[in-house]
Design a protein around this ligand. Structure first.
Ligand SMILES: [Zn+2]
Length: 143
C-alpha cells in the first residue's frame, strides 16, 4: 500500500546548487511585498553582496489580501518594537539620572564625613591644649 503524503504538512525542501556549485541557502523574506516568502540564494551572499547571483523563490506569492494583512502586521510589530526601544531608552536615561543622584549623595556624604573628622580633630587638639594649660596652672599653684 502506497503512503499518501501528509495533507497540509510541508514537504522537505531540497536545497539546489547555486551557479558557483555550492548548496544554496534557504532564507525567508520579511519585506511587505513578500512577507514570509522563502527563497534560495547563493551561500556567499551577504548584505549588499549577492554572491554568484543565484536566487529562486521556494514559496508561491501570497494572495493580495493576505499580503496586505501581513504588511499591516509587520508594520504594527515594528511600531511596537520601536515603542519598546523608546521606553527602554527612557528607562536608561532615568536610571542614569538616578545613578548620578546616588553618586552626588555619596560625594556629599564623604565630604560631610571628612568635615566631621576635621572638626573632631580640631576639638581633640583644643581639649589637649586646654588640658596642657590646666596641668601647667596646677603645677604652678602647687609649686
Ligand atoms: Zn553561488
Amino acid at each position: 500500500m502506497r503512503k499518501e503524503p501528509p495533507q497540509g504538512e510541508e514537504l522537505a525542501v531540497v536545497a539546489p546548487h547555486c551557479y558557483c556549485g555550492r548548496l544554496a541557502r534557504l532564507q525567508t523574506s520579511w519585506t511587505e511585498s513578500n512577507p514570509l516568502r522563502r527563497f534560495f540564494v547563493c551561500p556567499k551572499s551577504e548584505r549588499g553582496k549577492n554572491g554568484c547571483g543565484f536566487f529562486v523563490w521556494v514559496d508561491i506569492e501570497m494572495p493580495r489580501r493576505e499580503r496586505a494583512l501581513m504588511a499591516w502586521l509587520l508594520r504594527t510589530k515594528r511600531e511596537v518594537e520601536d515603542q519598546i526601544v523608546v521606553k527602554a531608552e527612557t528607562n536608561l536615561v532615568l536610571g542614569t539620572g538616578r545613578l548620578v543622584q546616588i553618586e552626588q549623595l555619596h560625594t556629599l556624604f564623604q565630604t560631610e564625613k571628612l568635615e566631621r573628622l576635621v572638626e573632631t580633630e580640631m576639638l581633640e587638639r583644643l581639649v589637649q591644649t586646654k588640658m596642657v594649660e590646666l596641668v601647667g596652672e596646677m603645677v604652678e599653684e602647687l609649686g
